[in-house]
Write a protein that binds this ligand. Structure first.
Ligand SMILES: [Zn+2]
Ligand SMILES: [Zn+2]
Length: 304
């Protein structure tokens, strides 16, 4: 597949080398990015968590420790530097990290320190926890979070408030999977009630204020949600506020690289978004720019 300038993912590129729940090596993931025809491929490996209580059940089962998470992330930072240079001319690789919001009282300093230490090209800010309880992990934990918040509506409000606080704290370049709460919610659950919409709108106002790009995250298809993150009402609301989107395949292995991108392209056009906002590298510097989407999903030049 030929490289097309709208083929940009700013969220994904996780690999089994550096992430327990991903597969293959970073090199294999980048080879898949070249094969897919990505113009720019942002690698945003998970920043390590700093406390044992945040280890995932699968990590615990394999004997992972906080020290190991740190060691692997440090190795990742070195590897992505080397590989970004090596893949030059084939695909533009951006070196990034996906930040966490735990621990609540310390994540800001931790995440900013990781970013600074390795001089990453960019940061994806994601909310995987509400009040330190996992949003997208095992369903039982999500349910416990909902119960603690006093129901789904207050939980969702709290989630979007956490997104707003994260954006204020980290000033990420990209905000990951804006409505991740859909993943573990019961199918058909009302996640767009007036109080939830107001909270989402407050978060979007902060996102707009700090000029962040929203992740059009195609993992939503993979998770059986029928659409990417975020849902159509959020896409339209963000677009009305003139907040830009960029694709994120949220790949956790070569097979997922580019997955859902054509569909996501169609989805944006169907929701009235005809231009994306990308990060890429030009003359050695990371730049932010607008890229027109093509009017037909085959990616052929627009017919006027
Ligand atoms: Zn992951
Ligand atoms: Zn994520």
């Amino acid at each position: 597949m030929a490289s097309q300038d709208w083929k940009v993912s700013l969220h994904g590129g996780h690999s089994g080398e550096f992430c327990e729940h991903a597969t293959s090596t970073l090199r294999e993931v980048l080879e898949a990015a070249v094969a897919f025809g990505y113009h720019t491929f942002g690698v945003s490996e998970h920043a390590p968590r700093s406390q044992e209580r945040f280890l995932y059940p699968a990590e615990r089962a394999k004997g992972y420790t906080i020290e190991r998470l740190h060691r692997e992330f440090e190795a990742y930072a070195g590897a992505v530097d080397t590989l970004a240079a090596e893949f030059e001319g084939k695909v533009i690789v951006l070196r990034g990290l996906e930040a966490e919001v735990v621990p609540s009282d310390g994540y800001r300093d931790e995440m900013l320190a990781w970013r600074k230490r390795f001089e990453f090209d960019y940061m994806v800010g994601s909310v995987h926890y509400v009040d330190e309880i996992s949003v997208d992990g095992v369903k039982a934990e999500f349910d416990a979070g909902v119960a603690r918040a006093g129901g789904l509506e207050p939980y969702a409000v709290r989630y979007y408030d956490t997104v707003a606080a994260m954006v204020e704290a980290l000033r990420p370049d990209v905000v990951g999977h804006l409505d991740l709460i859909r993943k573990n919610a019961d199918p058909g659950a009302a996640l767009d009630t007036p109080p939830i919409r107001e909270a989402a709108q407050r978060a979007l106002a902060v996102i707009k204020q700090h000029d962040c790009i929203l992740d059009l995250n195609t993992a939503g298809y993979r998770k059986g949600l029928g659409s990417p993150y975020p849902a159509p009402w959020l896409v339209r609301l963000a677009d009305e506020m003139r907040i830009g989107f960029c694709f994120g395949d949220d790949s956790h292995g070569p097979a997922q690289v580019g997955e859902g991108l054509e569909q996501g392209h169609e989805y944006l056009l169907n929701n009235g978004v005809s231009e994306i906002r990308v990060l890429t590298r030009e003359a050695g510097a990371v730049v932010k720019k607008g890229v027109r989407l093509k009017s037909d999903s085959a990616g052929n030049p627009e017919v006027r």
